[in-house]
Design a protein around this ligand. Sequence first.
Ligand SMILES: [Zn+2]
Length: 129
Amino acid sequence: MQKQLDEILSGELLKEHKTVHAMIKIYCAKHHQTVHGLCGECSELSNYAKTKLDRCVFGQNKPTCNRCPVHCYRPEQKEQMKTVMRFSGPRMLLKHPLLAIRHLRHEKKPAPEVPKQNVSNRHLRKQAK
Ligand SMILES: [Zn+2]
């Protein structure tokens, strides 16, 4: 399941997920004492984020989530993610400077208009078949 999900994202969406995953990892290691990978709860959150990226209506033009006008997370996961970001955000520059800088640059861009057509990764994937 996890392997299959890893292969569905590409380009910006894949980088975005790598960033999110790295942030969850930092959080998990500190709070759940996980040495390798993620604990059950955190890997669920990472997979949830992946699904949301796959279905994001902006597709490859996705703005960073905190600038996004579309609120696609369920309240529970949203809170979880906020906690993770608040903790790991400042630590990302040290651990993953390239991903962190990309994310910060991205954050400066204004959010684009919601596309009229479905350009989500998932939609395009289904069409390609
Ligand atoms: Zn964890």
